[in-house]
Design a protein around this ligand. Sequence first.
Ligand code: UT7
Length: 320
Amino acid sequence: MYARLTGTGSYLPGTAVSNDDLAARGIDSNDEWIVSRTGIRSRFLAAPETTSSELGLVAAQRALDMAGVAASDIDLIIVATSTPDFIFPSTACLIQGRLGSSKGAAAFDVQAVCSGFVYALGIAEKFIRSGSHSKALVIGAEVFSRILDWNDRGTCVLFGDGAGAVVLEAAEEPGILTTAMHADGTQNGILNVPGQVCGGQVTGDPFLRMDGQAVFKFAVRVLAEVAEEVCVDAGIPTNAVEWLVPHQANIRIMEATAKKLGIDRDRVIITVDRHGNTSAASVPLALDEAVRDGRIRRGQRVLLEGVGGGFTWGAALLEF
Ligand code: UT7
């Protein structure tokens, strides 16, 4: 028994906000710095009242449409998000409620920040391979604009909002070949939102804080390592991967990873230039774009990988 991707979908809120637009809003930065350091040219920012569940719902409906699967047939919903609508109920339950017809399906959120989608996919794959569930919705949905300190130019220009989703179904043919998930909690201090709600008030710091250079070095190392790990596990060389869909944080991280793996740049799916870093949504957003524009085709080997706060990292190697 394998778990196979049968549909993808995504959604970006509002209109693109360029680097010049941010500078015009008073952020002490400029297009030249942002493009040269990160490759980011624009991002989408949700309206203040728009939630992760709303973005995730549209992405999920699009994935269900592509798969030709009714919401009522879904028996597992996993949402990866660090910007849930509420402390509880989970964003997955809110999406299930709005999908309307999937009553009874297991639904829960996964918190692994920018690795969240890859973690959620690995979890769903294990549920399906065990035989306990047969049709899963795996969603990455974020409104990171809510947790950005717009006075911190070192972070606020990097992120955007959006959602991506896949439908995963039990199948006799591959399918996801192998997955890996890792964490190193000793590195929790280099990327975090160190706040909480306590006694009716926010305590600590409710904004995203990052040691950019430490994150950069960590990301380049573990993204190459975990890609090699899943390829060894599947018995293929890394350069036999037809498409690399990495977490979209910084074009320089993606290029360094692809170079280490011997994967040509034109086989790397890149959306960071237009989406910025959408955390758990970035991998399914990039995957959906490349599936819909015809680059990723049935039977091709695709490597998805993520890295994020925690620190967490992971990968999934699949035959699309
Ligand atoms: O999902 C994972 C999340 N995060 C990442 O993957 C981020 C990984 N890290 C990075 O992408 C890079 O470290 C950054 C893009 C965040 C920063 O690039 P950097 O080359 O490491 O720059 P830096 O932090 O060393 O800063 C260099 C200079 C500083 O000025 P001084 O001290 O040299 O005068 C900063 O104040 O750039 C300045 N700077 C900016 N200037 C204009 C920092 N942010 C900005 C900005 N616009 N937005």
